[in-house]
Design a protein around this ligand. Structure first.
Ligand code: AMP
Ligand code: GLY
Length: 421
């Protein structure tokens, strides 16, 4: 008998997970809560919000869900895994305590300090005056971060003192991210960025190939930080010696420290790294899969994703081996006017079918809704993905796909993967 699977979330990551699960012979039926205009084609969309933990638990129990996969950080921070487990419902993700490695940057920083995991030197501030004094003692670029959840937008890398003061004011006086509260000021790190995904069963882990997100909104890494504007995998310039350094110097000590100071970690541990001239240094930890990283991983993974997730939940990941397709995958985010600040939504989307005629192209929906026609409903409406034998091939295909699609105010980066070529 196939499994009935619930995926919590409504973004491109969740659409990509569902797309991959739909190819698994072990699946009977897929549900998405709340899903989006794309997931409705392969799953039953359920109108329950990601932060309605009670509603989601009730749905899983009543509908005989065999496995729930959590996409976003919000339900993890609310303890969805703890609640599901207490009801005997199998679920993929870390407990509330273990997910603090993402939801509190202050917790993550202290954990890294204790576990001797390489990260930028930092100080934590609760009020504006001492934070300002710290900035005055430093030189540009200044790195200012909100401690709590801010959807990838609470990080300010400031080139001038004025910019840094403005960031501090937004976070500590105007409280732009509310409870995201305290501020971290840390050393600026130079290098290139890598996303690492380690699937964990509470005892051991399985490492995905490295990928690279492009966080800034505009070409040449200019403009504001976003949730991610595009990604490539695998990374051609990544040396295999780094893999060992990451496993032994970052993932293993982080998992041991979590087991010691919080709870054993089950789910996907995703550190964002800066590859500096001294080696990999952790920028942040996430307690979930990346978006848009998942959109390329699901394109490259050859083995059954359900087998991997089930092994994590059942605690028998040891010895698992996943097969990957050769070649490269690229994803380009099509963003709404005003993103990342105040996205304009409700715009009609055209051209997805044409884009998917191009060999290798699959379009995942990030924030769409179907109301007689397909409309944008958030900051990152679409994630166009493509695979190719070479990185060049994948980049060419993805932008051929992008060129088919339009909605009013659409903007995207035209240089995804260009640095890696
Ligand atoms: P985070 O959410 O902490 O990963 O930060 C978002 C983005 O800000 C990262 O992907 C980097 O591009 C940038 N960033 C964060 N911390 C630093 C740092 N210490 N030095 C340089 N860039 C940083
Ligand atoms: N790719 C950025 C994130 O998922 O946080």
């Amino acid at each position: 008998m196939g499994k009935r699977i619930l995926v919590v979330g409504g973004g491109g990551r969740e659409h990509a997970i569902l797309w991959k699960l739909a190819q698994s012979s072990g699946v009977e039926k897929l549900f998405a809560a709340p899903g989006n205009g794309g997931t409705r084609q392969i799953a039953e969309n359920v109108r329950i919000a990601v932060d309605d933990v009670v509603g989601l638990t009730g749905f899983a129990v009543k509908n005989n869900i065999d496995l729930t996969i959590v996409g976003p950080e919000k339900p993890l921070s609310l303890g969805i895994v703890d609640v599901f487990r207490s009801c005997g419902q199998p679920i993929f993700g870390p407990t509330r305590k273990a997910s603090e490695i993402e939801t509190s940057k202050a917790f993550a920083k202290r954990l890294m300090e204790n576990a001797k995991i390489p990260t930028a030197c930092f100080k934590i501030f609760h009020e504006i005056n001492t934070a300002r004094s710290e900035i005055f003692m430093r030189s540009a670029p200044y790195v200012v971060k909100a401690s709590g959840l801010a959807f990838g937008k609470g990080v300010y890398v400031c080139r001038s003192l004025e910019e840094a003061e403005k960031a501090l004011k937004e976070l500590l006086v105007e409280r732009k991210y509310g409870d995201a509260g305290d501020v971290i000021i840390e050393d600026f790190l130079d290098g290139y960025e890598v996303s690492i995904h380690a699937f964990c069963d509470g005892k051991t882990f399985y490492l995905f190939p490295p990928s690279q997100d492009h966080k800034r909104v505009s070409n040449f890494d200019l403009g504001k930080n976003t949730g991610g504007m595009g990604v490539i995998a695998p990374l051609p310039q990544f040396k295999s010696k780094y893999r060992l350094a990451i496993m032994g110097g970052i993932i293993e000590p982080a998992l041991s420290a979590l087991a010691k100071y919080a709870e054993p970690f089950t789910g996907c541990l995703y550190p964002g790294l800066m590859m500096t001239k001294y080696g990999p240094v952790v920028l942040e930890f996430n307690a979930r899969l990346g978006d848009p990283e998942t959109e390329v991983y699901m394109r490259l993974l050859k083995s059954d994703f359900l087998d991997l997730v089930s092994a994590c939940v059942d605690g028998n990941l040891g010895g698992i081996n996943m097969e990957w397709n050769s070649g490269f995958a690229v994803c380009v985010i099509l963003a709404s006017e005003g993103y990342p600040d105040t996205p304009v939504t409700g715009k009609m989307i055209q051209g997805i079918e044409e884009a998917e005629q191009i060999p290798g192209v699959v379009v995942f929906h990030g924030a769409t809704v179907f109301k007689e026609k397909l409309l944008t409903s958030g900051g990152r409406p679409l994630a166009v993905s493509a695979v190719g034998d070479t990185l060049e091939d994948a980049i060419k295909a993805v932008y051929d796909g992008v060129n088919c699609i339009s909605f009013e105010g659409m903007h995207y980066r035209t240089d995804i993967g260009a640095n890696a070529l």
